[in-house]
Design a binder for this molecule. Structure first.
Ligand code: CDP
Length: 244
């Protein structure tokens, strides 16, 4: 969320956004489970123009051993942008931003993963951003949660993520890159749909309490839309004969 003034019309007089969407309309989302042969679980997501691969290994032995916990398994997450994922070549070394996003994704997934069933082990989640267009942390989380389920790791619930935000004093669902750069606020949300619990909530920007509540409500609706597609992706892999 840059908060910069630009000449771009983020919302026209008919309530249509810069990419043609309505205020409550998410981008096109496509999720596929089990796309990598060598990982224990994997998923690929296209979320608008974001393209992201997630691969999961584990539960497996922890190296170095002193990082293991005798009482529980540990979750390790790496969010990484490939050099060609953004307009200006991204240095492949982990940036401060990638380290932060890896941490918030881990914290958003941890409440769902039954790590206590696998003491002394680690579950590793790798997310590769192949193409970025705003909202990558949510899309990466969505793919990671499907990859965890695909790896057969017991989970209390799915974790579904989508951002809401504010442009032209209006609350919108699923903030794209232009809206992120030139809009007024961006609020990524991750949500466990059956437990009705939020596991990630960040806010970049300023909004009133009323807007804040509306933003959460709209964001959760987006998470529910994502959840249906996550379930569909897993069903397509595991129950293909039941899919029409
Ligand atoms: O991607 P997300 O919205 O979760 O995180 P952000 O830090 O708000 O980044 C917003 C967008 O900025 C990304 O999705 C990318 O499209 C873009 N970006 C970029 O162009 N170059 C970077 N080094 C990092 C981000």
């Amino acid at each position: 969320m840059g908060g910069r003034d630009t000449d771009m019309v983020l919302l026209d007089e008919n309530g249509i956004r810069c990419d043609g969407r309505k205020v409550d309309e998410p981008r096109r989302i496509m999720i596929k489970a089990g796309v990598l042969k060598n990982a224990n679980g994997s998923a690929y997501i296209e979320f608008g123009d974001n393209k992201i691969l997630a691969g999961v290994y584990g539960p497996r032995d922890v190296h170095p051993k002193h990082m293991s916990n005798a009482d529980t398994g540990i979750l390790r997450c790496r969010y990484h942008m490939v050099p060609f994922s953004v307009a200006e070549r991204k240095n492949p070394a982990p940036s401060r931003r990638e380290i932060e996003i890896s941490k918030v994704i881990r914290e958003a997934l941890e409440p769902a993963v039954m790590l206590e069933k696998f003491p002394r082990t680690a579950v590793d989640v790798y997310m590769e951003i192949l193409q970025a267009d705003g909202g990558t942390r949510c899309a990466a989380l969505d793919a990671a949660a499907v990859a965890l389920a695909d790896a057969g790791i017991p989970m209390r619930d799915m974790v579904s993520a989508c951002a809401a935000g504010k442009v032209a004093d209006t609350i919108i669902l699923d903030v794209n890159n232009e809206e992120d750069q030139a809009g007024q606020a961006d609020m990524p949300i991750a949500y466990m749909p059956n437990l009705n619990q939020i596991t990630l909530l960040q806010l970049d920007g300023v909004m009133s309490l009323e807007e804040y509540n509306k933003c959460i409500e709209v964001g959760i609706q987006g998470c529910k839309t994502v959840y249906a597609l996550q379930k569909k992706a897993l069903a397509e892999k595991y129950f293909p004969e039941e899919q029409t």
